[in-house]
Design a protein around this ligand. Structure first.
Ligand code: HEM
Ligand code: HEM
Length: 173
């Protein structure tokens, strides 16, 4: 089933969730540049895709948000006691997925580097634009916040599955 239901996320929501989760995990490997200045296997083979994958994530997240809007009122429900917290957590995950590529692109444009994704030039090198570079400097703090949120998110999913033994994880599998 492509569409979501009250009991389960449909095929398209699951594809978006797990596809983007893998890409975000890949993007977070950029933190490994802090170790030995990125002079290691991760830094030399996976991290150089950072700008291309990040730009792809922005496109996919926009499509995902449109899909979620279409599925509104037709998605698995949450325990009313914690529904507000769960929805706020998911909202913040979306905010992180949008703001990271946006601030990443602002870093590139603001410093006059231009933007090239998968070999396609999207913006040429140019002059520095200081307000863009300033907003872009939020990229790293937002990445730390998203990392903390994701750890909490995975922890809650495992708690539901192994401690509460409900169907919260299964409906996303
Ligand atoms: C889902 C998208 C993205 C995630 C999760 C992400 C994550 C990260 C992380 C974890 C770091 C390392 C920060 C640190 O060590 O403090 C980083 C740095 C960086 N990212 Fe991204 N990023 C994303 C998208 C992008 C995009 C689209 C661009 C450019 C178009 C970009 C450009 C950069 C640059 C230039 C740095 C190094 C400078 C800095 O730390 O501000 N990122 N990113
Ligand atoms: C091992 C990694 C992950 C696991 C086990 C996991 C598990 C889950 C589960 C079980 C749900 C359903 C929750 C519910 O119905 O209340 C869910 C939803 C969600 N997850 Fe994850 N997740 C993971 C990684 C991620 C990552 C990396 C992100 C994005 C940064 C993310 C973003 C979301 C969002 C936004 C939802 C809300 C449903 C939607 O709109 O698609 N997840 N996740």
């Amino acid at each position: 089933m492509n569409n979501d239901t009250k009991h389960r996320y449909g095929r398209i929501s699951r594809l978006f969730h797990w596809g983007i989760a893998v890409l975000i995990g890949w993007q977070l490997l950029k933190f490994f540049d802090r170790i030995a200045d990125g002079e290691h296997w991760i830094g030399q083979t996976l991290v150089p895709w950072h700008i291309s994958i990040g730009t792809l994530v922005l496109l996919l997240v926009v499509l995902r948000i449109l899909w979620v809007a279409k599925q509104r009122g037709n998605r698995p429900e949450h325990d009313p006691a914690t529904s507000f917290l769960v929805k706020s957590g998911h909202f913040l995950l979306y905010a992180g997925m949008v703001l990271l590529p946006v601030t990443g692109i602002l870093t590139m444009l603001g410093n006059g580097y231009g933007l090239t994704a998968f070999g396609i030039q999207l913006a040429a090198q140019g002059e520095e634009i200081s307000w863009m570079a300033s907003l872009g400097s939020l990229h790293s703090p937002i990445a730390w916040l998203l990392l903390i949120l994701i750890v909490g998110h995975i922890g809650m999913a495992l708690l539901h599955h192994f401690v509460k033994k409900d169907d919260v994880l299964r409906r996303m599998l």
